[in-house]
Design a protein around this ligand. Structure first.
Ligand code: G3I
Length: 380
């Protein structure tokens, strides 16, 4: 499918329509980052590696690269910096793909944030980790494995990466407990493991913002997850662990067609959570924004409108916090979103979670993001 030429032309036409449709913001001269930058904010997106010209959310796909360079001021690797990608064995690293992504980002003057230095769940560690032999002195061996990983990655990229999701999703949303992995069992438990990850990152990347990243959210059913994350953040503070900010992933799920009405019911609890986090001195990063159009009818216009209103309401709440400087999307187009395979809709309709549709045309969600950025108070 020739998505380069056709997509590009229809995308620009669609942009004018989307921007004009709501009148929420003057058409951005050069995309969303121009609106964000005017307020001291950065708008970013995940991106990936793929073979040149592959129909994927990669920098080597000209149609996708055009969205990144036009709309973004910050990027994050979707998968290529994870242990599962970097660590084929306990004694080797595979940096080629992420190096290529960093080289492209550098060539396009786009900063990259690191995701992630430790995804603290057995399912997301390399296959070899769960059966790894930590030997006669398991604590030392586990510490060495973790320290070597974080130090090697941070020192390889130096000041080219200025923010890291040091730990990702360590809290079990079901009971607020901390997950265990073979690494943390060998090292003496989850807390010493997570603490060591942050201390090591501080030593290896003293210039970088160190982030705890998780998907606790504002929808019903997230109260235990929020409580568990708050408890973890309080523990970091009490133990003097160098954590600078919380990554609020923001994988949102619409609650009904009347988005504004549903937001009213979600906002109070959510602000109390954000107030508690920022009162402890943590910064905020929106790290993985996309919107699942669950609980909405099949009609695309109705779904897109509700997704856009939900997005705008959420970003208005988040951008009211002066400690929020970076808003990253988890992908720019429905075409490559991870969500397509996740929790399919009952009507099996293709999901529409991103600002551009599968044909690279901007949707009402694009205009909603533009409107939220244009309305945001400037950051110091
Ligand atoms: O690259 C391999 C390929 O070689 C192999 O043939 C194929 C089939 O096994 O798998 C490919 O790896 C997949 C990878 O995405 C790249 O496409 C993994 O199986 C698959 O699990 C992985 O899914 C990613 C997921 O994190 C797990 O790492 C999604 O793309 C990615 O969007 C998702 O992102 C996460 C964030 O990192 C953390 N927050 C939640 C978010 C959504 O789940």
């Amino acid at each position: 499918m020739d998505i380069t030429r056709r997509g590009g032309l229809s995308m620009l036409a669609g942009l004018a329509v989307a921007m004009g449709a709501r009148g929420t913001a003057a058409a951005a001269p050069t995309g969303l980052q121009s609106l964000a930058g005017a307020k001291g904010l950065r708008l970013g997106s995940s991106f990936g590696w793929a073979a040149k010209g592959a129909d994927r959310g990669s920098f080597a796909n000209p149609a996708y690269a055009e969205l990144l360079t036009r709309d973004c001021g910050l990027l994050v690797p979707e998968n290529e910096m994870k242990w599962q990608a970097l660590r084929p064995t306990p004694t080797s690293f595979a940096f080629a793909k992420f190096d290529a992504m960093m080289a492209w980002a550098d060539a396009n003057s786009l900063p990259v944030r690191g995701h992630n230095l430790l995804w603290h769940q057995p399912k997301w560690m390399p296959r070899w980790e769960e059966t790894h032999d930590f030997g006669a002195t398991p604590v030392r061996a586990a510490e060495q494995l973790l320290v070597e990983h974080i130090t090697t990655v941070c020192q390889r990229y130096g000041t080219r990466i200025r923010s890291y999701d040091v730990v990702n999703e360590a809290v079990n949303p079901k009971d607020a407990s901390l997950y265990q992995t073979a690494l943390s069992r060998a090292l003496g438990g989850p807390e010493p493991t997570l603490d060591l990850a942050f201390h090591t990152a501080r030593r290896a990347a003293p210039h970088a913002q160190l982030v705890y990243n998780d998907y606790m959210s504002w929808e019903p059913g997230n109260a235990t997850h929020r409580a568990g994350v708050l408890k973890l953040l309080e523990g970091f503070k009490a133990r003097g662990v160098p954590v600078d900010a919380i990554g609020v992933q923001s994988h949102l799920v619409t609650q009904g067609v009347d988005a504004r009405a549903t937001i009213t019911g979600l906002e109070g609890e959510w602000r109390r959570f954000l107030d508690a986090v920022t009162a402890m001195g943590y910064g905020l990063v929106v790290t993985e924004l996309d919107v699942r159009d669950n609980n909405l009818p099949t009609d695309i216009a109705v779904r897109d409108r509700a997704v856009a209103d939900f997005t705008r309401g959420y970003l208005d709440v988040m951008l009211a916090y002066p400690k929020l400087h970076d808003v990253l999307l988890w992908g720019m187009t429905d075409r490559y979103s991870w969500i397509e395979g996740f929790e399919p809709r009952k009507d099996k309709a293709r999901r529409r979670p991103c600002p551009y549709d599968a044909g690279f045309k901007p949707k009402p969600m694009y205009a909603a993001i533009a409107g939220a950025l244009a309305a945001a108070a400037p950051r110091s």
